[in-house]
Design a protein around this ligand. Structure first.
Ligand SMILES: N[C@@H](CCC(=O)N[C@@H](CS)C(=O)NCC(=O)O)C(=O)O
Length: 202
């Protein structure tokens, strides 16, 4: 498998999943400014959506959308326990989490990187994110991970988007439970390995 990624972007989530799953993979860096690979090749010609993550499967197919990609990775090595079995009630809970992270956290947090965002727009995004984090904090309280005691691909994804808070000056201080959760996930050896590989930790 080959993961098209950009350091620190949401592609960190499948990068973490690949390491946690212990699967062989290679990385291919994408410059999101000019949509070029390091080879100079046009990324748009590989993924017409023009965004990361994208995972090239061993049969050559391209899989996009982070939530689908991390489930694909988890299912390649069920023994790693990164996702409940497909079809189980727990698997739908995982999908519920992935969708929540994608639409309610990722997109709001990600919008704050947009230089065209007006101060009013930013305030409105922060207010909505605040409501989501109020709720999220109550869900995480007393738990190690989103699904309970076991780390899943949803944790790698949530960690990835919470990790942007500092970069976009969104203070998580109001949610100590979420800060402790992010620190817990961030200490996992495979998460540290992914951060180092992307040049985000030294
Ligand atoms: N719907 C996609 C969104 C992925 C996404 O937002 N990727 C960002 C980086 S975090 C990106 O590549 N943005 C560049 C662009 O849209 O041109 C997913 O869930 O995987």
């Amino acid at each position: 498998m080959k993961l098209y990624y950009t350091p620190g972007a949401c592609s960190l989530s499948p990068h973490i999943a690949l390491l946690e799953a212990g699967l062989p993979y290679s990385l291919c860096k994408v410059n999101l400014q000019d949509k070029k690979l390091e080879s100079g090749e046009d990324f748009n010609s590989i993924n017409g959506k023009g965004y990361v993550p994208a995972l090239q499967l061993d049969d050559g197919q391209l899989l996009t959308e982070g939530s689908a990609i991390v489930q694909y990775i988890a299912d390649r090595n069920p023994a790693a326990g990164l996702a409940p079995a497909a079809g189980s009630a727990e698997r739908y809970k995982l999908q519920e989490w992935l969708n929540f992270i994608s639409t309610e956290i990722h997109k709001g947090m990600g919008s704050m990187f947009n230089p065209a965002q007006t101060p009013e727009w930013k305030e409105s995004v922060k207010a909505t994110l605040g409501k989501r984090l109020d709720w999220l904090s109550k869900q995480i309280e007393g738990k190690q991970y989103l699904l309970g005691d076991k780390f899943s691909v949803a944790d790698g994804y949530l960690f990835t988007v919470l990790n942007w808070a500092g970069m976009v000056k969104f203070d998580l201080g109001k949610w100590p439970v979420i800060q402790q959760y992010a620190a817990r996930v961030g200490q996992r050896p495979k998460v540290v390995e992914a951060l180092k590989a992307e040049g985000l930790l030294h």
